[in-house]
Design a protein around this ligand. Structure first.
Ligand SMILES: [Zn+2]
Length: 241
């Protein structure tokens, strides 16, 4: 082996193992990360496989409109597929592009029968929760159709582990372009309207904490934390991602 190759191998080993030469375990993820670094490619680039958390400037920026011309391009369709995969992986009912680090005016929403099984029948009735298929909006605008205000607990994957009661209008109309760049309108009522308003807020850099009743802000695991003597972890990723 040539000396230059030996030096390169040594640097590579140090990048992986640090100064602890006796460490034997080596994850595939770490090897890939080091190779990407050597090749000048940073693997941690948007769109992320994880969901950005409050404090990340991308969640406070006003998202840019999408040029309708690019909606049919492969790279844009890939972004939509990626967002859909992340939303479903986190079992979320809505996701806005800034939440995966992309400051564009795109959001999607979906409420499945399976997700409704987390709620009892009274909650489903009072909150007007009805399943609806995947909705994708590019450059959306929102109009309130029913100004009656409903106040219910609401969470956000970007404020993981917490929820709070938020007042939202009962019915709204969302208009924009669909996944194929065609004009689309959605009449959303009850829980669907809440999701739409929540996701629209993301596109203008707002989070539900600005609209919540602060006295209802809750750590969703507070009881389990007591039961487990505080031995709880909050993950910001799912293992399969
Ligand atoms: Zn959110």
């Amino acid at each position: 082996m040539a000396p230059a190759a030996c030096a390169h191998r040594l640097i590579f080993r140090r990048m992986i193992f640090g100064n602890n030469e006796v460490r034997r375990s080596l994850s595939f993820r770490k090897v890939r990360q080091v190779y990407q670094t050597l090749l000048g490619r940073d693997t941690v680039q948007p769109p992320y496989h994880h969901i950005c958390q409050a404090g990340d400037p991308v969640l406070r920026a006003c998202a840019s409109p999408v040029d309708p011309e690019i909606t049919t391009e492969k790279v844009f369709q890939k972004l939509l597929d990626h967002m859909k995969a992340v939303m479903r992986h986190y079992n979320a009912v809505g996701l806005a592009a800034p939440q995966v680090g992309v400051s564009l005016q795109i959001f999607m929403a979906e409420l499945t029968e399976k997700q409704l099984k987390y709620y009892d029948s009274d909650t489903i009735r009072v909150r007007e929760m009805k399943p609806f298929p995947l909705q994708v909006f590019i450059n959306p605008t929102l109009k309130v159709r029913d100004y009656s205000v409903l106040k219910f607990p609401e969470g956000c994957e970007s404020i993981r582990g917490f929820d709070a009661e938020v007042s939202r209008s009962r019915a709204v109309t969302v208009s924009g372009l669909d996944a194929n760049g065609k004009p689309v309108t959605w009449e959303a009522v009850g829980w669907a309207a809440r999701i739409a308003q929540h996701e629209m807020d993301h596109l203008r850099g707002a989070l539900y904490v600005e609209k919540m009743d602060p006295s209802t802000f809750t750590c969703t695991a507070w009881q389990k934390i007591n039961e487990n003597h505080g031995r709880m972890e909050l993950r910001y990723y799912n293992r399969k991602v």
